[in-house]
Design a protein around this ligand. Sequence first.
Ligand code: SF4
Length: 292
Amino acid sequence: MLQQTRVETVIPYYERFLERFPGLASLAEAPEADLLACWAGLGYYTRVRNMQRAARAMLEMGGFPTDYEAIRGLPGVGDYTAAAVASIAFGAPYAVLDGNVMRVMARVEDEPGDIRSTVVRRRLLDAAQRRLDAADPGLFNQALMELGATLCAPANPKCLLCPVETHCVARRNGRERELPVKSRPGQRRAVVVTLLAIEKDGRLLMWRRAEDSARLAGFWELPESEMAPDAEIVGVAGTFRHSITNTTYEMVVKRARLARKPLGFSWLDEDQLRTLPLSTTARKAIALLAPR
Ligand code: SF4
Protein backbone atom coordinates (compact mmCIF):
# COMPACT_ATOMS: atom_id res chain seq x y z
CA MET A 1 0.00 0.00 0.00
CA LEU A 2 2.87 2.35 0.71
CA GLN A 3 4.17 2.25 -2.86
CA GLN A 4 3.47 5.79 -4.16
CA THR A 5 1.19 6.59 -1.19
CA ARG A 6 1.89 8.42 2.07
CA VAL A 7 1.72 6.69 5.46
CA GLU A 8 -1.01 9.02 6.84
CA THR A 9 -3.21 8.28 3.81
CA VAL A 10 -2.62 4.55 4.02
CA ILE A 11 -3.41 3.90 7.72
CA PRO A 12 -7.26 3.91 7.56
CA TYR A 13 -7.17 1.86 4.33
CA TYR A 14 -4.77 -0.61 5.93
CA GLU A 15 -7.01 -1.07 8.96
CA ARG A 16 -10.15 -1.55 6.85
CA PHE A 17 -8.30 -3.93 4.54
CA LEU A 18 -7.08 -6.16 7.38
CA GLU A 19 -10.55 -6.21 8.92
CA ARG A 20 -12.07 -7.28 5.61
CA PHE A 21 -9.21 -9.66 4.61
CA PRO A 22 -7.65 -10.94 7.85
CA GLY A 23 -5.69 -13.80 6.25
CA LEU A 24 -4.30 -15.27 3.04
CA ALA A 25 -7.41 -17.36 2.35
CA SER A 26 -9.89 -14.48 2.62
CA LEU A 27 -7.71 -12.33 0.34
CA ALA A 28 -7.11 -15.15 -2.16
CA GLU A 29 -10.84 -15.94 -2.44
CA ALA A 30 -12.22 -12.38 -2.42
CA PRO A 31 -14.42 -11.41 -5.38
CA GLU A 32 -12.69 -8.77 -7.49
CA ALA A 33 -15.42 -6.19 -6.90
CA ASP A 34 -14.86 -6.38 -3.09
CA LEU A 35 -11.13 -6.13 -3.53
CA LEU A 36 -11.31 -3.07 -5.77
CA ALA A 37 -13.98 -1.39 -3.63
CA CYS A 38 -11.74 -1.79 -0.56
CA TRP A 39 -8.87 -0.15 -2.46
CA ALA A 40 -10.87 2.63 -4.14
CA GLY A 41 -9.17 5.97 -3.44
CA LEU A 42 -5.64 4.57 -3.08
CA GLY A 43 -5.03 4.39 -6.86
CA TYR A 44 -2.53 2.17 -8.69
CA TYR A 45 -4.92 -0.79 -8.55
CA THR A 46 -2.37 -3.21 -9.98
CA ARG A 47 -1.00 -3.37 -6.43
CA VAL A 48 -4.11 -4.96 -4.96
CA ARG A 49 -4.53 -7.33 -7.88
CA ASN A 50 -0.93 -8.42 -7.38
CA MET A 51 -1.53 -8.80 -3.66
CA GLN A 52 -4.36 -11.22 -4.38
CA ARG A 53 -2.21 -13.15 -6.86
CA ALA A 54 0.57 -13.27 -4.26
CA ALA A 55 -1.89 -14.54 -1.61
CA ARG A 56 -2.95 -17.34 -3.97
CA ALA A 57 0.69 -18.22 -4.69
CA MET A 58 1.49 -18.30 -0.97
CA LEU A 59 -1.45 -20.57 -0.24
CA GLU A 60 0.01 -22.98 -2.78
CA MET A 61 3.49 -22.65 -1.21
CA GLY A 62 2.06 -23.31 2.23
CA GLY A 63 2.77 -19.86 3.72
CA PHE A 64 4.93 -16.77 3.48
CA PRO A 65 8.32 -17.58 1.87
CA THR A 66 11.39 -16.76 3.97
CA ASP A 67 14.21 -16.46 1.44
CA TYR A 68 14.91 -13.50 -0.84
CA GLU A 69 14.51 -15.28 -4.20
CA ALA A 70 11.12 -16.76 -3.30
CA ILE A 71 9.87 -13.42 -1.92
CA ARG A 72 11.15 -11.63 -5.07
CA GLY A 73 9.24 -14.16 -7.18
CA LEU A 74 5.84 -13.17 -5.72
CA PRO A 75 3.60 -11.07 -8.00
CA GLY A 76 4.09 -7.34 -7.39
CA VAL A 77 7.30 -7.72 -5.37
CA GLY A 78 10.34 -5.90 -6.77
CA ASP A 79 13.95 -5.68 -5.61
CA TYR A 80 13.22 -3.07 -2.95
CA THR A 81 10.27 -4.84 -1.31
CA ALA A 82 12.02 -8.21 -1.45
CA ALA A 83 15.17 -6.78 0.19
CA ALA A 84 13.18 -4.90 2.83
CA VAL A 85 11.02 -7.91 3.81
CA ALA A 86 13.86 -10.46 3.61
CA SER A 87 16.21 -8.33 5.75
CA ILE A 88 13.74 -6.96 8.30
CA ALA A 89 11.55 -10.04 8.76
CA PHE A 90 14.11 -12.80 8.19
CA GLY A 91 17.58 -11.21 8.71
CA ALA A 92 18.70 -11.92 5.13
CA PRO A 93 21.75 -9.87 3.99
CA TYR A 94 20.16 -7.61 1.32
CA ALA A 95 20.55 -3.81 1.27
CA VAL A 96 17.55 -1.65 0.36
CA LEU A 97 17.61 1.48 -1.78
CA ASP A 98 14.64 3.82 -1.38
CA GLY A 99 14.67 7.59 -1.98
CA ASN A 100 16.04 8.33 1.49
CA VAL A 101 18.79 5.73 1.35
CA MET A 102 19.70 6.93 -2.13
CA ARG A 103 20.25 10.47 -0.81
CA VAL A 104 22.36 9.27 2.13
CA MET A 105 24.50 7.00 -0.04
CA ALA A 106 24.97 9.67 -2.76
CA ARG A 107 26.36 11.97 -0.06
CA VAL A 108 28.39 9.38 1.83
CA GLU A 109 29.96 8.29 -1.48
CA ASP A 110 30.12 11.83 -2.94
CA GLU A 111 28.38 10.38 -6.02
CA PRO A 112 28.47 12.93 -8.88
CA GLY A 113 26.04 11.06 -11.21
CA ASP A 114 22.31 11.70 -11.75
CA ILE A 115 20.26 9.52 -9.39
CA ARG A 116 17.60 9.11 -12.10
CA SER A 117 20.15 6.98 -13.97
CA THR A 118 19.88 3.21 -13.49
CA VAL A 119 23.67 2.88 -13.53
CA VAL A 120 24.04 5.39 -10.69
CA ARG A 121 21.31 3.68 -8.67
CA ARG A 122 23.04 0.35 -9.13
CA ARG A 123 26.28 1.94 -7.91
CA LEU A 124 24.58 3.32 -4.81
CA LEU A 125 22.90 -0.01 -4.07
CA ASP A 126 26.28 -1.75 -4.38
CA ALA A 127 27.75 0.81 -1.96
CA ALA A 128 24.95 0.15 0.56
CA GLN A 129 25.41 -3.61 0.09
CA ARG A 130 29.15 -3.34 0.78
CA ARG A 131 28.48 -1.48 4.02
CA LEU A 132 25.59 -3.71 5.18
CA ASP A 133 25.95 -4.98 8.74
CA ALA A 134 25.76 -8.77 8.32
CA ALA A 135 24.93 -9.17 12.02
CA ASP A 136 21.62 -7.28 11.66
CA PRO A 137 20.84 -6.31 8.06
CA GLY A 138 17.22 -5.39 8.87
CA LEU A 139 18.25 -2.91 11.55
CA PHE A 140 20.98 -1.47 9.30
CA ASN A 141 18.47 -0.91 6.46
CA GLN A 142 15.95 0.73 8.77
CA ALA A 143 18.68 2.93 10.28
CA LEU A 144 19.72 4.19 6.84
CA MET A 145 16.11 4.89 5.86
CA GLU A 146 15.57 6.73 9.12
CA LEU A 147 18.79 8.71 8.75
CA GLY A 148 17.61 9.88 5.33
CA ALA A 149 14.13 10.70 6.64
CA THR A 150 15.36 12.70 9.64
CA LEU A 151 18.93 14.08 9.65
CA CYS A 152 20.11 13.73 6.05
CA ALA A 153 17.26 15.90 4.74
CA PRO A 154 17.17 17.07 1.10
CA ALA A 155 17.60 20.81 1.76
CA ASN A 156 19.30 21.15 5.15
CA PRO A 157 21.20 18.05 6.26
CA LYS A 158 21.95 18.18 10.00
CA CYS A 159 25.53 16.98 9.62
CA LEU A 160 26.67 18.03 13.11
CA LEU A 161 24.21 15.54 14.62
CA CYS A 162 24.86 12.81 12.07
CA PRO A 163 26.31 9.53 13.37
CA VAL A 164 28.05 8.81 10.03
CA GLU A 165 29.56 12.27 9.53
CA THR A 166 33.14 10.96 9.71
CA HIS A 167 32.38 8.49 6.87
CA CYS A 168 30.63 11.05 4.66
CA VAL A 169 32.83 12.09 1.72
CA ALA A 170 30.46 14.81 0.45
CA ARG A 171 30.51 16.40 3.91
CA ARG A 172 34.30 16.28 3.95
CA ASN A 173 34.39 17.91 0.50
CA GLY A 174 31.73 20.50 1.43
CA ARG A 175 29.34 19.19 -1.23
CA GLU A 176 26.54 17.76 0.93
CA ARG A 177 24.08 20.46 -0.17
CA GLU A 178 24.82 19.93 -3.87
CA LEU A 179 24.05 16.21 -3.76
CA PRO A 180 22.32 14.14 -4.87
CA VAL A 181 22.30 15.30 -8.49
CA LYS A 182 18.80 14.85 -9.89
CA SER A 183 17.76 15.93 -13.40
CA ARG A 184 14.42 17.69 -13.83
CA PRO A 185 11.55 15.47 -14.96
CA GLY A 186 9.73 16.17 -18.24
CA GLN A 187 7.21 19.01 -18.26
CA ARG A 188 3.66 18.31 -17.10
CA ARG A 189 0.98 17.93 -19.75
CA ALA A 190 -2.48 19.48 -19.33
CA VAL A 191 -5.51 17.72 -20.88
CA VAL A 192 -9.18 18.79 -20.73
CA VAL A 193 -11.74 15.95 -20.54
CA THR A 194 -15.54 16.35 -20.54
CA LEU A 195 -17.50 13.75 -18.57
CA LEU A 196 -21.24 13.39 -19.06
CA ALA A 197 -23.68 12.88 -16.19
CA ILE A 198 -26.75 11.40 -17.86
CA GLU A 199 -29.50 10.50 -15.38
CA LYS A 200 -32.77 8.69 -15.87
CA ASP A 201 -35.27 7.67 -13.16
CA GLY A 202 -32.62 8.19 -10.46
CA ARG A 203 -30.05 6.05 -12.28
CA LEU A 204 -26.80 7.11 -13.89
CA LEU A 205 -25.38 6.03 -17.25
CA MET A 206 -21.99 4.33 -16.78
CA TRP A 207 -19.64 1.94 -18.60
CA ARG A 208 -17.30 -0.69 -17.27
CA ARG A 209 -13.65 -1.00 -18.27
CA ALA A 210 -12.74 -4.33 -19.85
CA GLU A 211 -11.05 -7.03 -17.75
CA ASP A 212 -7.91 -6.77 -19.86
CA SER A 213 -7.76 -2.97 -19.79
CA ALA A 214 -4.22 -1.72 -19.05
CA ARG A 215 -5.65 0.79 -16.55
CA LEU A 216 -8.37 0.29 -13.92
CA ALA A 217 -9.62 -3.01 -15.38
CA GLY A 218 -13.17 -3.77 -14.19
CA PHE A 219 -13.85 -0.23 -12.88
CA TRP A 220 -16.94 1.78 -13.75
CA GLU A 221 -16.67 5.16 -15.46
CA LEU A 222 -18.87 8.02 -16.61
CA PRO A 223 -19.02 8.44 -20.38
CA GLU A 224 -16.67 11.00 -21.94
CA SER A 225 -18.36 13.40 -24.38
CA GLU A 226 -16.88 11.63 -27.44
CA MET A 227 -18.59 8.37 -26.40
CA ALA A 228 -22.08 9.83 -26.59
CA PRO A 229 -22.05 12.36 -29.46
CA ASP A 230 -25.89 12.47 -29.53
CA ALA A 231 -26.14 13.64 -25.92
CA GLU A 232 -27.82 17.01 -25.37
CA ILE A 233 -25.88 19.11 -22.85
CA VAL A 234 -28.16 20.80 -20.30
CA GLY A 235 -25.70 22.32 -17.82
CA VAL A 236 -22.31 22.16 -16.06
CA ALA A 237 -22.19 20.35 -12.70
CA GLY A 238 -18.61 21.43 -11.90
CA THR A 239 -14.95 20.83 -12.58
CA PHE A 240 -12.03 19.15 -10.80
CA ARG A 241 -8.41 18.25 -11.42
CA HIS A 242 -6.94 14.77 -11.56
CA SER A 243 -3.22 13.99 -11.96
CA ILE A 244 -1.68 10.82 -13.33
CA THR A 245 2.14 10.70 -13.53
CA ASN A 246 3.06 13.84 -15.53
CA THR A 247 -0.39 14.68 -16.89
CA THR A 248 -2.95 16.92 -15.21
CA TYR A 249 -6.51 16.33 -16.35
CA GLU A 250 -8.98 19.20 -16.08
CA MET A 251 -12.25 17.30 -15.77
CA VAL A 252 -15.44 19.18 -16.73
CA VAL A 253 -18.61 17.40 -15.62
CA LYS A 254 -21.65 18.30 -17.73
CA ARG A 255 -25.24 17.23 -17.15
CA ALA A 256 -26.78 15.83 -20.30
CA ARG A 257 -29.82 14.03 -21.73
CA LEU A 258 -29.83 11.13 -24.11
CA ALA A 259 -32.85 9.64 -25.89
CA ARG A 260 -31.50 6.10 -26.09
CA LYS A 261 -28.91 4.12 -24.10
CA PRO A 262 -25.85 3.46 -26.32
CA LEU A 263 -24.49 -0.08 -26.65
CA GLY A 264 -22.06 -1.11 -23.94
CA PHE A 265 -23.50 1.26 -21.30
CA SER A 266 -25.59 0.46 -18.21
CA TRP A 267 -27.93 2.39 -15.93
CA LEU A 268 -26.63 2.11 -12.33
CA ASP A 269 -28.86 2.81 -9.33
CA GLU A 270 -27.84 4.31 -5.97
CA ASP A 271 -27.02 0.91 -4.43
CA GLN A 272 -24.82 -0.10 -7.33
CA LEU A 273 -23.01 3.26 -7.25
CA ARG A 274 -22.26 2.66 -3.57
CA THR A 275 -21.03 -0.93 -3.88
CA LEU A 276 -19.44 -1.36 -7.34
CA PRO A 277 -15.83 -0.27 -7.90
CA LEU A 278 -15.87 3.22 -9.40
CA SER A 279 -12.77 4.97 -10.72
CA THR A 280 -11.53 7.95 -8.70
CA THR A 281 -12.58 10.35 -11.45
CA ALA A 282 -16.09 8.82 -11.55
CA ARG A 283 -16.38 9.18 -7.75
CA LYS A 284 -15.21 12.81 -7.84
CA ALA A 285 -17.62 13.59 -10.68
CA ILE A 286 -20.57 11.92 -8.94
CA ALA A 287 -19.82 13.92 -5.75
CA LEU A 288 -20.40 17.07 -7.84
CA LEU A 289 -23.91 15.86 -8.69
CA ALA A 290 -25.04 15.62 -5.06
CA PRO A 291 -27.67 15.82 -3.72
CA ARG A 292 -28.86 12.97 -5.89
S1 SF4 B 1 27.12 13.94 7.27
FE1 SF4 B 1 25.46 15.18 6.52
S2 SF4 B 1 25.33 14.73 4.32
FE2 SF4 B 1 26.59 13.14 5.26
S3 SF4 B 1 25.17 11.49 5.69
FE3 SF4 B 1 25.28 12.73 7.54
S4 SF4 B 1 23.61 14.23 7.36
FE4 SF4 B 1 23.94 13.32 5.34
